[in-house]
Design a binder for this molecule. Sequence first.
Ligand SMILES: [Zn+2]
Length: 242
Amino acid sequence: MELRQRVLELARAYRRAQAPLTPQRLAEGVGLRLVYSSLSEGRFGLVLAEKNLVLIDPQSPARRQRFTLAHEVMHLLIQQDEELLSALHEAHAGQGLERALEALCNLGAAEMLLPAEVVRMALAHQGPHPRLIPQLAEQHQVSEEVVVIALAEHAPQPIIALVAGGQPLRVYFSAQHPLIPQRLPRGAGFRRDDPLVVALETGLPQRATAHLPNHPQPYRVEAYPKGGRVYAVYTAPFCQKD
Ligand SMILES: [Zn+2]
């Protein structure tokens, strides 16, 4: 069984069954009651399975809350799918299993909130341009993380999509196409002459060849600065056309 495909199908079926996807309906479809409650530092959501409750931090931004809620719902949907669970355990173990599970829950959550057909249509019109990240987030009222995950999944060629910000500039979140094995850790920094840093400092979009920490090969990168953040799409070299 192709795990990612199965997770996307689960998410799609859930979105249709629970439409319109209000926070309450999102939670109720898996038998959970939604409660807003402050959580410990760094946590945005928590499922208390024995009480059938899902807790969401009311202080996090509204779009972040929806993504967190959809992510927690995906945990339950995956847990209830025996075939998917056993395929997951066959493919991964230990820490790798946990990472794979979290990534699958993110993938399903993104699909619930931002359907693949919307993303594919935007990609067909504009190509995998980083401006799509703030644009689709605004148009569809989803967090930028959702768009990053969806772009990396549905782009026709292997890409890494990311949002960076802060001073000094660092990675807020990123996602990569399934064919790119190396991950880019949250919080990773950039050299002073990196195209993303140049984009932030000049306010001008950049196109260049760039290296990423732990990635052996260079990438083509497009960086798009907006509102104090830099959005970037890295294209893997083995599928470059120019
Ligand atoms: Zn999780």
